[in-house]
Ligand binder design. Structure first.
Ligand code: S3P
Length: 442
């Protein structure tokens, strides 16, 4: 599908966006292994989260979907059934990586596969800890989907993540639920903690503590962003009523659109503002963005608030280290914004971008050049000089939802009508993106 985007004179109004993708996956998976009914409000409409529901259903769990209301009748830790066929994770890295933690503990064999993009994404990061816990998992070329998971009685482990990844952390913690004893995961950089919050909501015994640097010895002061999460296996999880906040990573496209287009003022309601996700807002306000959070409340352990954003002239900046991990999904749209700032944007330590739905360093730089923007591709990042203007053109999503949406935002500031090819990719996380954009772009 091709989507035409005309330049906008302002981004205005108030919008409500679909439920957070990360939280929706977690609520669905944990509901399936909890006892009793969970009722999830504002479940993500994205195809990825519906891939998770399809897998949960195939594992013998009753799932009713009515719009964004999802009811899941969990059957407890030992209630899943062997699926009749292979599980389809679609385009969703979260589905295959996180669900594998649960599948590794089942007394049956499961095969799980994905689409062409997912079939090229690395899985060793989950295969290693799950093998250490006692599961036997076959993978194409030893590292890619499809996975053939021979479930086993798992042993608890004390695992240190080699790369910051909330998906891997979640995989190990979900597997740890089935093992007798304590499973811990240490993370070098704090990643999104929705799993920890959700598991506590469902009744798991889980603690998270700052972690001392290994080379610093026992007296070393822990760094803020290092954490060790420990849970006790075989908990009693109970079904719950839950509300998913709007997805900040989806809101990011409209926040950037409002910042970019002069005369804009936009309100986005009920957005998830978990501190492990909201580095985006701190980074933007640090560059001079006018962003207000007039309301803030806590629901199911997650912070939720409204965001009001106004057009702003921004200074530019650097994304590196722990900040890169915290902003990883927002980098495509921040790259677009960076080109218009006073000093430009430097992105470092972002090798992980190369193994997302596409190689996002390459796909972002390719599209920036189609916009007439100067950009340099680095092995683990990119350099984008500031004060650049956008030329209308034809952009390509390369089948990646965040690339489609990032360059639709860029097209709002181009000097004529642009075309986004492969625009349907947005449905992976945000099927309503195009209609919402049409409503707020004047
Ligand atoms: C996610 C974690 C991140 C992120 C992805 C969702 C999650 O991936 O990019 O979109 O829900 O845990 P990694 O764990 O690979 O960093």
């Amino acid at each position: 599908m091709q989507q035409r985007i005309s330049p906008a004179s302002a981004i205005t109004g108030a919008v409500t966006l679909p439920g957070d993708k990360s939280i929706s996956h977690r609520y669905a998976m944990i509901s399936a292994i909890a006892e009793g009914e969970s009722r999830i409000h504002n479940y993500s409409t994205g195809a990825d989260c519906h891939s998770t529901l399809g897998c949960v259903r195939a594992l013998g769990i009753e799932v009713d979907v009515e719009g964004t209301e999802v009811v899941i009748r969990g059957r407890g830790l030992d209630g899943l059934r062997a699926p009749a066929g292979d599980l389809d994770a679609g385009n969703s890295g979260s589905t295959i990586r996180m669900l594998s933690g649960i599948l590794a503990a089942q007394p049956f064999l499961t095969r799980i596969f994905g689409d062409e993009s997912l079939s090229r994404r690395p899985m060793q990061r989950i295969l290693r800890p799950l093998a250490e816990m006692g599961a036997e998992i076959g993978a194409r070329e030893g590292k890619f989907p499809p996975l053939e998971i021979h479930g086993a009685r798992l042993r608890p482990i004390d695992y240190t993540l080699p790369v910051p990844s909330a998906q891997v952390k979640t995989c190990v913690l979900l597997a740890g639920l089935f093992a007798d004893g304590r499973t811990s995961v240490s993370e070098p950089v704090a990643s999104r903690d929705h799993t920890e919050i959700a598991l506590r909501e469902f009744g798991a015994d889980l603690s998270a503590a700052p972690q001392a640097t290994p080379q610093g010895g026992p007296q070393a002061a822990p760094q803020d962003d290092q954490r060790k999460i420990t849970l006790i296996g075989r908990p009693h999880l109970t079904g719950r009523e839950l509300m998913v906040p709007a997805d900040l990573s989806s809101a990011a496209f409209f926040i950037v659109a409002a910042l970019l287009v002069p005369g804009s003022q936009l309100t986005i309601r009920g957005v998830g503002l978990n501190p492990t996700r909201s580095a985006l807002l701190d980074f933007l306000t640090g560059m001079g963005a006018k962003i207000l959070i007039p309301t803030l409340e806590c629901r199911n352990g997650e912070l939720v608030g409204d965001i009001v954003v106004q057009h702003s002239d921004l200074k530019g900046g650097t994304i590196e280290g722990a900040l890169t991990a915290a902003l990883i999904d927002e980098i495509p749209v921040l790259a677009v914004l960076g080109a218009t700032t006073e000093e430009g944007l430097r992105v470092c330590d972002a090798g992980e971008l190369r193994v997302k739905e596409t190689d996002r360093i390459r796909t972002v730089v390719d599209n920036l050049r189609r916009l007439g923007v100067e950009a340099e591709e680095l092995p683990d990042g990119m350099l984008i000089p500031g004060r650049q203007k956008f030329r209308a053109g034809e952009f390509n999503s390369f089948g990646d939802h965040r690339i489609a949406m990032a360059f639709a935002v860029a097209a709002l500031c181009a000097d004529g009508e642009s075309v986004i090819g492969g625009a349907e990719a947005a449905s992976v996380s945000f099927p309503e993106f195009w209609t919402t954009l049409a409503r707020i772009a004047q």
